[in-house]
Design a protein around this ligand. Structure first.
Ligand SMILES: Cc1cc2nc3c(=O)[nH]c(=O)nc-3n(C[C@H](O)[C@H](O)[C@H](O)COP(=O)(O)OP(=O)(O)OC[C@H]3O[C@@H](n4cnc5c(N)ncnc54)[C@H](O)[C@@H]3O)c2cc1C
Length: 467
């Protein structure tokens, strides 16, 4: 325990992604003294399509009398009526009200760079210290020094370290002493975001998608492939993502250029409809990224040996996009850690252990589901009949137990008894010591009487080779 529980806690945060920013904002609002160290020189405009739903959205909405959430909402998809699902033959499979059939306050979908800028600037406005353009090269986790070492030799020290350094986390090796364990998921994603010009709108396929008064959110699913096209902002913005088999061993980077000829090759192989060909052709070449989908197995613990440093967000659990929850889980982590640090009154190891028990099972179940959901999408011959027989399978996996969850309320509610468990040395595995996940994905399972021919034999295993 800190010798002075009233001292303002110095929280060293690595990474200004949504996890690091949210952690810093929540710590600052709770009277702590956070500092973010980020390799990028400022808010990153990289990225394209990112969705937040209410389990994370309610955290953003809690800031500045709802103004941050409102700005995120205004910047993105806010005039869609339905999400439409098609198969590769362009047969309509289902049409769901957007989003998920409810008026969901706290759903933000749109350009990742724009939403990131809004959150980054809010952090700056409330006085979060951001040391941008500084790359962390080592973690310091001793009783003498706790913090990070920056390239060039400068140190940033504090009372606790939150490593929110993303999927290629250095903290995994430096703090947890784990070897790099990335595994090729077998898939990569072509991704693009671009502004729609009047010239582009002359194309009848794009004109059909990009309507002035209504945003478009469409999902196509086919053999070993699925993709979304979104248009919004009065049809001025367009983003698309296309998950494809990864047989080229591309790099794991948000700026690895994609090639249109490759996209066309995959579209042809999967027999995707003409609208895709047209939208890809219209996409400015320099807006096309090919992003490798890497899988990392769940960690047994996110805490360093000292229990004063911890991994959060993608650094701790890097989801495949088919969980539709990667960024939301990062935001939940960030909101929870700030409350744990506040409530533990300077006892950092207590805060971090309670945090882990709050988060472990929920995070694990949602993390794992990104594989099973992807397989349900890709390994099924989706027809309207299949959808009718399996109405809960071809869906965005956003169930009430995920969306209705209020991380701040739950942390407040469970902190004391979990802290008591930690103090009393209650024994058990991390799964036994943690709160139950609160739900599962079994409702998505395909009916067992489906003929096995519906599962494509050419399918690669969920996890392929080490990379
Ligand atoms: C540039 C970028 C674009 C993205 N675009 C999309 C998108 O279009 N769609 C989508 O679904 N998801 C996207 N993501 C991922 C998504 O935002 C995250 O999966 C999610 O928000 C979880 O966030 P995180 O903060 O845990 O990790 P991240 O968002 O990956 O943030 C990690 C941060 O840590 C910083 N960092 C890493 N190592 C160091 C170091 N050694 N020293 C200092 N700083 C370091 C990184 O620069 C980054 O800002 C993007 C992420 C990034 C970084």
């Amino acid at each position: 325990m800190s010798s002075n529980p009233d001292k303002q806690l110095r929280v060293v945060i690595v990474g200004a992604g949504f996890c690091g920013l949210t952690a810093a904002i929540e710590c600052k609002l709770r009277g702590m003294n956070p500092v973010i160290v980020e390799a990028y020189p400022g808010p990153s405009s990289h990225g394209d399509l990112l969705d937040f739903v209410p389990n994370a959205g309610r955290v953003f909405n809690s800031w500045d009398d709802g103004k941050v959430g409102q700005a995120m909402f205004d910047s993105g998809v806010n005039a869609a009526k339905t999400m439409d699902f098609y198969n590769q033959d362009n047969v309509l499979l289902r049409k769901d009200p957007w989003p998920q059939g409810q008026e969901l306050k706290g759903t933000f979908a749109g350009h990742r760079g724009e939403m990131h800028r809004i959150v980054y600037e809010y952090a700056q406005r409330i006085g979060v210290e951001i040391q941008a353009g500084k790359k962390v090269v080592d973690y310091l986790d001793t009783d003498v020094e706790r913090g990070v070492l920056i390239q060039g030799g400068e140190k940033v020290l504090g009372d606790v370290v939150l490593a929110c350094d993303g999927p290629r986390s250095l903290a995994r090796s430096k703090l947890l002493h784990l070897p790099e364990s990335r595994v090729n998921s077998g898939y990569a994603i072509f991704r693009a975001f671009f502004n729609v010009t009047d010239e582009m709108r002359k194309n009848p396929y794009l004109a059909d998608l990009a309507k002035d008064e209504e945003d478009t959110t469409i999902f196509w699913v086919g053999p070993d492939m699925h993709g979304f096209i979104y248009t919004w902002n009065h049809a001025r913005d367009c983003a698309w993502v296309l998950t494809h088999l990864d047989d080229a061993d591309i790099g794991e980077s948000w700026s690895f250029p994609g090639k249109k000829e490759d996209v066309h090759k995959y579209l042809a192989k999967a027999g995707f409809p003409q609208v895709w060909t047209e939208v890809v052709n219209l996409t400015p070449e320099d807006r096309l990224v090919d992003y490798k989908l890497v899988w990392r197995d769940p960690l047994k613990t996110w805490l360093s040996e000292s229990k004063r440093s911890i991994l959060l967000g993608d650094a701790a659990h890097c989801h495949l996009p088919t969980s539709a929850q990667g960024a939301c889980m990062a935001v939940e982590d960030a909101a929870a850690i700030a409350i744990c640090l506040e409530k533990s009154k300077g006892d950092v190891p207590l805060a971090l252990q309670v945090f882990e028990r709050l988060r472990f099972n929920r995070s694990h179940v949602i993390h794992q589901a990104s594989i099973s959901t992807r397989n349900i999408y890709h390994k099924t011959n989706w027809t309207p009949e299949m959808v009718e027989k399996n109405p809960d399978s071809l869906v965005m996996p956003l169930f009430d137990w995920i969306l209705d969850y209020d991380i701040q309320k739950d942390t407040e509610e469970h902190f004391n008894h979990l802290a008591e468990d930690v103090r009393s040395g209650r024994q058990g595995t991390i799964e036994e010591l943690s709160l139950p996940a609160g739900g599962d994905y079994s409702c998505m399972d395909l009916k067992e009487d489906e003929p096995s021919s519906l599962v494509r034999e050419s399918a690669p295993p969920a996890i392929m080779t080490s990379v």
